[in-house]
Write a protein that binds this ligand. Sequence first.
Ligand code: ACM
Length: 512
Amino acid sequence: MSPLAVVPVPRSLQPSPSGPFPLASAVVSGDPDSAATLRALVEARTGLALESAGDAASGGPSIDLRIDASADAEGGTAESYRLTVEAASVVVTGADAAGLFYGVQTLVQLIARDGDAWSLPAVRIDDAPRFAYRGVMLDVARHFQPVGTVKAYIDRAAGLKFNALHLHLTDDQGWRLELRSRPKLTEFASGTSVGGDPGGFYTAEQYREIVAYAASRHMIVVPEIDMPGHTHAVGLAYPELAEAPVLSTHITDVVEAFGGGMPTAGEPYEGMAVGFSSLRIHDEATYDFVADVFGELAALTPGPYLHLGGDEALGTAPEDFALFVERASTIIADLGKTPVAWHEAGAAAGLHPDTIGQYWGFTTPTDGMDEKTRAFVRRGAQVILSPADAIYLDMKYAPDARLGLTWANGPTSVERAYAWEPADIVPGVGEADILGVEAPMWTETVRDLSDIDELAFPRIAAAAEAAWSPPAADSDLRTWESFRTRVGGLGPLWTRLGIGFQASSEIPWASE
Ligand code: ACM
């Protein structure tokens, strides 16, 4: 029998000898929020409008949705759930509201079509996440994405049990969040995207709307203000804070390959080169700016993390970079938030010791990136893993792909996105040192939701399984063969949800 199409694969999944549960006559009872989520998803998947227990003629087989902190096998692990399907009843019990939400997502993945009838296979699932932090990142700086697109991506990610949306809000190409303390940022530096495409920004109200929408899907928002490099746009608004662009041969090479012109102080940058911009490190006005920006962002963001960037600061001298990330991370910690920084910041001796590191090197580390990552752990903090040649979702699938880049070791197949183990990436960074896994989507070549879908799906499912599921050593179903079959089984659900996934030939797509 092929495995049930559940992704990410649960900790324990046992088919039961009972017959399938018929969906059409089912009555939903219990927790109202998850009942609403289930009814909406079942309707999208099947067209059926399930009855609620309060409805008049509710005599059918029941789907009961409960929250019980003592429910799971280990006794109430955060975000865990238990799910039992038998011929006459379905019970989903979450240890908390998030766990129940994830149980509902699993239930929807299990829905099977049998001719004109819809059913759930008899099964018992006990499930809990491997890692506490399971993230997706969306770059809204290279190409601005409207609120509706961000919400759609939240829904897609939450359905795969991701619980963090990292928003890359600023870069050389644009500043995408309106701040009362620094209004010129959006007035002068938000109008364009890569390739001359339109820009845009979120008002504080729209940012709050995104945060609230994410919270309703049990996701936090991790906002990133990338500094001290990736700051050309800051110079459009506040030229006194920015150094002149550093025009290395790397910049010339990228301009030759991709166009976009050379970066010029005071002019919007619409190309794809990186590493030419820097804030002024030895000017106190810079730290007034950093304090204003993160102070306002801290007030707008209920989640615990503020990301200060710190990657590819090639236009900043190493000792200046160290000084900058030390001060920026301390400003964030003093606001009562936990700083997050890309792995380069690990090299700074005075970095705030609570700073979470985000590794974006390859599955086999190069150029000392592993040592910079271990430095976060030595200070007592944890690490988020985003290995670029596995789960950078903006890489091309194949050399002739329409969308994507290839710098991360060439194109990334679905199998390569799947075939890696978090605890084996950075020597000395083991299970307990890993806060979680995050799959970034950079948007140099990505204009809209259909581009996002095509690049993210199905590889985002591989990242979800790395973040949520037990390691391969502990699960018979953590194999490429099982994964590709389970992902293929999700094709009809994704189609019904309007997800424009890449119909990769690596996956045996099910049809209905
Ligand atoms: C990165 O890809 N520069 C974090």
